[in-house]
Design a protein around this ligand. Structure first.
Ligand SMILES: [Zn+2]
Length: 268
């Protein structure tokens, strides 16, 4: 072994995250007591330095496989407008996808939309566990803690999970501007479909993905089992990725969230 190889440190040696890297999650408006919780699983394109960009070039890291373009901006604007507690993930979905079961191969994506992710090829169980321990579980535990905090104050917070989707996937164009994803809570979803349509958006009802599919871990894990109101929102990235589009979606979404909160207050 050459001396420089001997002195180089593997990710396991230095730990996955260094002290100067972002935290695994950020909470906005901590301590707020509205009966809403916003979450953004795919808010960041950041990849730990120890993973050496997962072998990807800069263009791949900017693309929709690494981050939900514009989703963080929409989520932050709603958080700011409503003062509602919000949890944002601090790392790219390519490091570990927080909206997948860890047993799902897509949690550590090796190939998607024509792009290979070299740094995810043949990961060992230890490498997967390191990513889950550093990022996935701290993020989900933060969501659990916020739900429990709101429940302790006598509320059943609605969980709203905000994502964005690429306008074209595998050569197929997607006509919907907003997707409303639901499974066990059609009543909440109906409010969002109607609200976005009223705001002039073309809305996909459980499109381009269905909330009934298993690739929806955050809502399945935190809301469905606990019987909390919930909905998944998907925004097309040509809209969420522009400042004007993100602002237009945020305004419509904030209006619907206010209606949802007032409905809960009446009910509760
Ligand atoms: Zn997403």
């Amino acid at each position: 072994m050459a001396p420089d190889e001997m002195s180089s440190k593997t990710p396991a040696d230095v730990g996955l995250l260094t002290a100067t890297e972002p935290p695994p999650y950020t909470i906005l408006n901590p301590g707020a007591e509205h009966d809403l919780l916003l979450v953004c699983d795919h808010a960041s394109r950041y990849i730990p330095k120890s993973l050496d960009s997962l072998g990807l070039d800069a263009a791949a890291i900017r693309c929709h496989l690494a981050v939900d373009i514009g989703a963080r901006e929409v989520t932050e604007q709603c958080a700011s407008a409503l003062g509602v507690t919000t949890v944002l993930c601090g790392y790219s979905r390519l490091v570990v996808d927080c909206n997948r079961e860890l047993t799902d191969p897509a949690a550590f994506l090796e190939f998607g939309d024509g792009v290979e992710v070299p740094g995810n090829r043949n990961l060992s169980a230890e490498e997967k566990t390191a990513r889950a321990t550093a990022i996935y579980w701290p993020y989900h535990n933060a969501i659990t803690a916020e739900i429990e905090r709101l429940q302790q104050s006598g509320q059943a917070p609605a969980l709203v999970s905000i994502h964005s989707f690429t306008p074209v996937l595998d050569g197929v164009s997607r006509p919907w501007e907003i997707g409303v994803l639901w499974d066990a809570d059609p009543a909440t979803a109906k409010m969002f479909v109607a609200g976005f349509e009223d705001a002039g958006f073309v809305v996909g009802d459980n499109l381009p993905y269905s909330g009934k599919a298993p690739q929806d871990f955050t809502i399945d894990h935190h809301a469905e089992g606990a019987g909390l109101p919930h909905v998944g929102i998907e925004i097309r990235q040509d809209i969420s990725g522009s400042a004007g589009g993100a602002a237009r979606v945020s305004k419509a979404l904030a209006t619907i969230l206010r209606q949802l909160a007032s409905r809960s207050e009446v009910r509760g």
